[in-house]
Design a protein around this ligand. Structure first.
Ligand SMILES: [Zn+2]
Length: 355
């Protein structure tokens, strides 16, 4: 193993052990800054001399199948590695900058051991998500900003359904985030005319029970989702909106009728991730802290789930009565009251409900 390979292996292993989602190699005037994104925050990992960083970046470009000589255009590529017996897919992307190229590596561990109950410290929420899987057909929609964990929630629900019913699950994504042999997975490929619309139609001819479609962003895809739900399938997808009620409005804006929604929609889930802070120990729990188990993952999802009567209210333009469902704001307040929010991060913009 040469020097660059050793450097790479150590950096990737450390990133994986720290649960980093991305590694940033940022060229500067006289050195290269290396940062890890861990649970949504950037941490400095190393400052590297430029010649070494250049060799490292060339090494990645070579392994990921990019053009090493091309430095003026953005490029992307990927390859798989194994760390501690876990297969990890690495996605690379470069950008030309005034001080050479910057490179970002996304780490996508190809393992799935998350259970529904692991998603949130609020068991009422994970129980509700589990109940949504009792529907044999219908439409379940998810919303939340990028990085709010929607895909993780959908995958975890699909795994739960697979274990419970051994059903045929087909996914259509852009791109496939986690390869999984339990599902039939398909990736959008515009060049091959495989779009959300054409791919979704093809899936319906493939005898699926549950279909997961990455995103509904046009009327045509929304209509196929409705048709799929009406013909006996459970459809999971995401819609760009900031809360559960606005998710419904968004579909009506796209041109879907309220009648269609009433016939098919069984649940709307809006989600955020919140970084937890132990009221006793701060960022990292000490050995004998009773919160230790809960703090293991350090981040929890909070869910605003519209289903049953509150969903019916929302579909009839009535305000869903708050006694029956909790909004994202209510969960933030509850977490704060439990002392789990970092007081230093209560500044505007940090882990708060976007208005
Ligand atoms: Zn603690």
């Amino acid at each position: 193993m040469n020097e660059v390979e050793k450097l790479s292996e150590e950096m990737l292993r450390t990133a994986f052990e720290l649960d980093a989602s991305d590694i940033h190699l940022i060229p500067r005037k006289s050195d290269t800054l290396i940062e890890f994104r861990i649970h949504d925050h950037l941490y400095e990992y190393d400052l590297m001399a430029k010649p070494i960083a250049d060799r490292l970046i060339s090494y990645y470009k070579f392994r990921a199948g990019m053009d090493i000589g091309e430095r003026r255009r953005p490029q992307s590529g990927s390859y798989d590695i194994v760390i501690h017996e876990h297969k990890i897919n690495l996605r690379f992307s470069t950008l030309p900058t005034p001080y050479d190229e910057s490179l970002v590596i996304r780490l996508l561990p190809q393992i799935w051991n998350t259970r529904l109950s692991d998603l949130s410290i609020f068991s009422e929420s994970t129980a509700q998500l589990s109940q949504l899987l009792n529907f044999e057909n219908g439409l379940i929609l998810f919303s939340g900003p990028t990085g709010s964990g929607k895909t993780t929630t959908m995958y975890t629900m699909l795994h739960s359904a697979k274990r419970r019913y051994n059903c045929r699950i087909v996914t259509l994504e852009d791109p496939i985030e986690k390869l999984n042999e339990n599902f039939i997975q398909m990736e959008i490929n515009e060049k091959a005319d495989l779009t959300y619309q054409t791919g979704f139609k093809a899936i319906l001819r493939h005898d699926p029970d549950i279909i997961m479609v990455g995103e509904i962003r046009d009327l045509e895809t929304a209509k196929i989702a409705v048709r799929a739900a009406l013909t006996g399938h459970l459809v999971l997808s995401t819609v760009h909106a900031t809360n559960a009620v606005l998710t419904i409005h968004r579909l009506i804006e796209l041109g879907l009728s309220k009648f269609d929604l009433k016939e098919t929609l069984v649940g709307v889930v809006a989600q955020r991730l919140v970084t937890l802070h132990c009221p006793r120990c701060g960022n990292v729990c000490e050995e004998n802290c009773p919160n230790r188990l809960k703090m293991k993952r350090r981040r929890t999802a909070i869910f605003e789930i519209l289903t049953g009567l509150p969903l019916l209210d929302a579909l009839q333009d009535k305000k869903p009565s708050l006694g029956r469902y909790k909004r994202l704001e209510d969960y933030y307040r509850q977490i704060s009251a439990l002392g789990y929010l970092d007081p230093q991060r209560l500044a505007p913009g940090a882990d708060h409900v976007p208005s």
